[in-house]
Write a protein that binds this ligand. Structure first.
Ligand code: ADQ
Length: 489
């Protein structure tokens, strides 16, 4: 984080998220190397210039010894990061268990785990206990570093208990909480055994934020229906205390992507890709390999398109870049094999000796390679079954400098609400509809492509990550001032 030129910082900001924005690798007993880990939240918050920010979170490694913890704390301090040390058992129960096996699928409408109901119920209780314990450990670290006047911004479903823990330490702390996933319909949330405890813990925050108005509405409904509280246009009221609830759609640092297109290395890469795929239209998917991203559905829709449109078979290529995540979870391993199997079958069916219709990569691309790919893409395919926002769709639009490519976007991604008028919206479960939209995109006139592109480009370049973060923090400050005025009246 850089200091704003010639001005002091406006305020101190403590960002609390499950993961720190760096990955730590141990090089010796007391030596660590740190690498910035890319991702939507990291780039969004790096754009925050007005605040003296510190980031509190887990470094992603188990450090059982005191010497190692001390050395890592020191190394992270230079990057304004503060570690929370979680042991292996807590990580297993809190992170792999409650966060990724229960909350993540539930919030994306995939339901609670169903395999062995009894075993799940038993482990559910111990996982929830670990979740609360981990949240308390985050709160302890925040409390240790908190100074009066600081703003504390808690992020995501990993830390729903944190606002309550923080307010128990200090009821005057300014606490905001933002959810990066969808908040599901209250009918889904009420299936969760710890539904009330979690809602009450979140309500301890002063400001609660979501990507879209719909998610905010679902949250307020859950509080009114499950807790019997009163929903108001401002938020949720409990015995005269208001928790403000609102939508704050995230954006990207669009300038960073636009500037990258001028970098010689990116231009060279663009040239190579154009030569490599000369005479073929390029379709692109970039996702974390996660069931919510609808990757098998996307590939099956592409197969249907090839089946129905023989003319296009040697004139179009789908590049699917899927970075593996949560690789120790069996369901994610199953998904990887399923995707490989479908890609293999389709390439066997429609490939020739010299070309295959799908290039599938199971890996992450560096920033410049990603920008070059976005720039040469004719049609981007985002087919999430559910997605809080989806920043890939924003990044693609930012990089469509000369091309004016078409975005096919799932109506179940939060981004559909902001980029809907420029994109072709689809129901990713309806493979016939997605196949037809590929046909529509490939045959779209230059004039219509340009019109749709500009609609989205204006949105992406005006609703940036920086604006998102600043709006949230200003709103949090205002909310606290208003609450104080209400109490005085
Ligand atoms: P994610 O589910 O990770 O984020 P998304 O918003 O698309 O989804 O962000 C992914 C980020 O990772 C993008 O910046 C993208 O460039 C990068 N990425 C993905 N695959 C990559 C690859 N193969 N190589 C390199 N980079 C890759 C969660 C929610 C989203 C919400 C964000 C931000 O699930 O709905 O939009 O947080 O709030």
């Amino acid at each position: 984080w850089e200091k704003p030129e010639g001005r002091p910082f406006r305020q101190r900001l403590l960002v609390v998220a499950n993961r720190l924005p760096v990955s730590a690798v141990r090089r010796g007993e007391e030596s660590w190397s740190l690498e910035i880990s890319a991702g939507g939240l990291v780039s969004a918050l790096l754009g925050v210039k007005e605040f003296e920010a510190r980031w509190i979170g887990w470094a992603g490694v188990n450090v059982p010894d005191e010497a190692g913890q001390k050395a890592l704390t020191k190394a992270l301090a230079e990057k304004r990061c503060i570690p929370v040390f979680l042991d292996e058992d807590i990580v297993h129960q809190y992170y792999n268990g409650y966060c990724n096996n229960i909350l993540w699928p539930l919030f994306h409408y995939l339901g609670l785990p169903q395999e062995d109901r009894l075993a799940t119920t038993r482990s559910f209780q111990s996982q929830f206990a670990a979740y609360k314990k981990a949240n308390q450990m985050f709160a302890d670290v925040v409390n240790e570093h908190y100074e009066e006047g600081d703003v504390v911004w808690c992020h995501d479903y990993h830390l729903m208990f944190l606002p309550k823990c923080l307010k128990e330490y200090n009821s005057k702390m300014k606490v905001g909480w933002f959810l990066h996933t969808p908040f599901p319909s209250s009918e889904i949330h009420r299936t969760l055994p710890s539904r009330s405890e979690l809602l009450r813990a979140v309500l301890a925050a002063d400001l609660v934020g979501f990507h879209t108005y719909d998610y905010a509405r679902h949250f307020v409904s859950a509080c009114t229906r499950i807790l019997g509280l009163e929903g108001t246009p401002e938020g949720v009221e409990d015995q005269g205390r208001l928790t403000r609830v609102a939508a704050f759609p995230i954006g990207i640092d669009s300038d960073r992507f636009i500037r990258a297109l001028e970098v010689p290395q990116v231009q060279e890469h663009i040239k190579e890709l154009k030569e490599r795929f000369a005479g073929r239209k390029v379709m692109l998917g970039v996702d974390r390999l996660d069931m919510i991203k609808g990757i098998p559905q996307k590939i099956l829709a592409f197969e249907k398109f090839l089946e129905e449109n023989p003319y296009w078979r040697d004139k179009v290529v789908l590049l699917q870049i899927a970075v593996p995540t949560r690789t120790d979870v069996p369901e994610y391993q199953k998904l990887t094999s399923q995707v490989h199997e479908i890609v293999g079958r389709i390439n066997g069916r429609f490939g020739t000796l010299t070309a295959v219709p799908i290039h599938h990569l199971d890996r992450s691309l560096d920033f410049h390679a990603l920008c070059a790919l976005y720039a040469v893409t004719d049609v981007a395919l985002v087919t999430s079954l559910r997605d809080g926002m989806n920043l890939v769709s924003y990044e693609f639009v930012a990089c469509q400098d000369s091309k004016k490519g078409v975005l096919i976007l799932s109506e179940f991604a939060g981004a559909a609400q902001s980029l809907g008028a420029g994109a072709i919206l689809v129901n990713p479960w309806n493979i016939t509809e997605v196949a037809a939209s590929i046909d529509q995109a490939l045959n779209m006139s230059a004039e219509e492509r340009e019109k749709r592109h500009w609609h989205n480009f204006v949105h992406v370049t005006t609703h940036t990550a920086q604006e998102w973060a600043e709006t949230f923090v200003s709103e949090l400050n205002d909310t606290v001032v208003e609450a104080q005025l209400r109490i005085r009246q």
